[in-house]
Design a protein around this ligand. Structure first.
Ligand SMILES: [Fe+2]
Length: 416
C-alpha cells in the first residue's frame, strides 16, 4: 500500500502533538535505551580494537545441514547481519560477472546517457555508472531462482518470529518472492558512489503512518523499549510507504547481495552499523523535546533515512566495514540496519555484486509480484525503481523460457 501525505511538516507536527501526553514515558525510554545502545557500541569498538570479527559469518554447508547453533542465531539477531560464505561456487559467481559485463557492453549501456531520474540519493555525483539499472539479465535471474539462495533464505527467514500475535503466520518463511533489483560494478578508483549511512524502506512514514508502522514500533511508543524486537514480524507486512523511486514497497526480511568478485575493506564496498535495534533508538531520538516539532531528526519523505552526525553520532561510532568477501559469498542485513558504501574504491579490481535480498511470501509481496511480472515481460525497469527502462530492446534478456519451476513460482507466474 502507498501512503499519500499532503503536508509533511503538518503531519509530523500533528503526530507529535498526539503523542504529547506520553512525552515523559518516551523521554525515560530514550534515556534508558541510550545507555543500552551505548554499551553495545562500546562492545563493538572493543572487539574492533582487538582485531576481532564483528559481523557474524556462516558457511553455506553449515546452513543447509542444520549446523548453526542458537548462540550463532542470536548473534545474527543482535547484529542484524550475517555473511554466508560459499553460497555459490566462486567459478559460478565469476562466470555470472563476465556474462553481466557482456550483457551491458553488447547492449550499449555505457553509450546511453544517464537518464538522471533516480533521485533517491540526491548527493550522488555524476560519472560513469557504477550501479546499473538492469533487472533482467540471465545471470541475475539464474541467481534469484537458484536452489542455493532458496535454502539460504529459508534459514534466514526462520530467524524471524513470523507468527503474529493472533497465531496466524505473517509470512511463509519457506516460500520466496523475487524482488528484482540492480547490479553493482564498481571500478577501481571510483569516488562517485559513496553512500552515506542510511536505512531504506521508509523515512517519515515510520513515525506518521499508524496502521502498520505504529504497530511495528508499538513497544517503543509505549515506553517498553526492552520489548522491542526487530525480528518480530507482527505488523511489518501492513506498513504503508510514501511512493518514491527506489523506496522498497515489498516486505523484505533482509537486504543483501552476492559477491561476484573479491572485495574487502577499502574496495569501495559495504559498511554496516551492526546493531539490529539501532532504528528503535533513532525512533525514540526523533520524539524527544529538543527536536523541532515539525522535524524527525532530518528525515525527508521519499528519501533514504540518513543516520546523521548531528543526531545519531552515537551509532556512527559503530560503523564497520564488512569483512573480505570472495566471489560467491553473500551478505544479508535486516531492513532496518544502517548501511553505507565507502566513498572511494581504493582497491585494484572491480567490486561487483548482484543485489538479492529476501522477500518471503505474504499478501503484500504477492501484490507487488503482479506489477513486477508485467515489467519483466515487457523488459521495463522493476516497478519500485526509476522508470529508466534501459532493457526494453536488449538482446539476451531473460524471458519466461529462462525461468525454472521455482523461478516461475517466485515471480508469481505459477501457483505454489
Ligand atoms: Fe541502501
Amino acid at each position: 500500500m502507498s501512503l499519500s501525505i499532503e503536508n509533511v511538516a503538518d503531519t509530523i507536527r500533528q503526530t507529535k502533538a498526539d503523542l504529547q501526553d506520553k512525552q515523559d514515558t518516551l523521554s525515560q525510554a530514550y534515556v534508558d535505551m541510550t545507555a543500552s545502545i551505548q554499551a553495545e557500541v562500546d562492545e563493538i569498538k572493543a572487539l574492533k580494537a582487538q582485531g576481532k570479527s564483528i559481523i557474524p559469518e556462516l558457511d553455506y554447508q553449515d546452513v543447509i545441514h542444520n549446523r548453526v547453533n542458537e548462540e550463532q542465531k542470536n548473534l545474527i539477531r543482535k547484529r542484524g547481519c550475517v555473511v554466508i560464505r560459499n553460497t555459490f561456487p566462486a567459478a559460478q559467481a565469476q562466470e555470472w560477472s563476465e556474462r553481466i559485463g557482456a550483457y551491458l557492453t553488447d547492449n550499449g549501456y555505457y553509450d546511453t546517457p544517464d537518464k538522471g531520474i533516480d533521485k533517491y540519493f540526491s548527493s550522488l555525483q555524476a560519472g560513469k555508472p557504477q550501479i546499473f539499472s538492469v533487472y533482467w539479465s540471465k545471470p541475475q535471474m539464474e541467481a534469484r531462482q537458484s536452489e542455493n539462495l532458496a535454502q539460504a533464505r529459508r534459514f534466514l527467514n526462520r530467524l524471524w518470529t513470523y507468527q503474529g500475535s493472533d497465531g496466524v503466520a505473517v509470512f511463509d518463511p519457506d516460500r520466496e518472492c523475487t524482488y528484482a533489483d540492480r547490479t553493482r560494478r564498481r571500478e577501481p578508483g571510483d569516488n562517485s558512489l559513496g553512500l552515506k549511512p542510511h536505512i531504506d524502506g521508509g523515512s517519515v512514514e515510520r513515525w506518521v503512518e499508524r496502521k502498520g508502522f505504529w504497530g511495528v514500533y508499538r513497544h517503543l511508543l509505549a515506553g517498553n523499549w526492552q520489548n522491542y524486537d526487530p525480528f518480530d514480524a507482527a505488523y511489518r507486512t501492513e506498513t504503508e510507504e510514501i511512493p518514491s523511486p527506489a523506496v522498497c514497497s515489498m516486505f523484505r526480511t533482509y537486504q543483501g547481495w552476492t559477491a561476484l568478485s573479491p572485495q574487502g575493506p577499502g574496495d569501495g564496498t559495504l559498511q554496516l552499523v551492526p546493531i539490529a535495534r539501532a532504528m528503535g533508538w533513532m525512533y525514540l531520538r526523533a520524539l524527544q523535546p529538543d527536536v523541532p516539532e515539525d522535524d524527525l531528526c532530518a528525515a525527508i519523505a521519499g528519501r533514504a533515512l540518513l543516520c546523521s552526525p548531528q543526531w545519531h553520532s552515537l551509532l556512527l561510532e559503530a560503523l564497520t566495514s564488512i569483512p573480505q568477501m570472495h566471489p560467491g559469498d553473500s551478505i544479508w542485513w535486516h531492513p532496518d540496519v544502517i548501511h553505507a558504501v565507502e566513498d572511494e574504491h581504493k582497491g585494484k579490481g572491480y567490486s561487483n555484486v548482484i543485489y538479492i535480498g529476501a522477500a518471503p511470501y505474504c499478501e503484500k509481496n504477492v501484490k507487488y509480484l503482479a506489477k513486477q511480472a508485467q515489467a519483466f515481460t515487457k523488459g521495463e525497469s522493476a516497478p519500485d525503481f526509476a522508470a529508466e527502462h534501459y532493457e526494453l530492446d536488449y538482446k539476451n534478456r531473460a524471458t519466461i523460457a529462462d525461468l525454472s519451476e521455482l523461478g516461475k513460482k517466485q515471480m508469481g507466474l505459477m501457483p505454489w
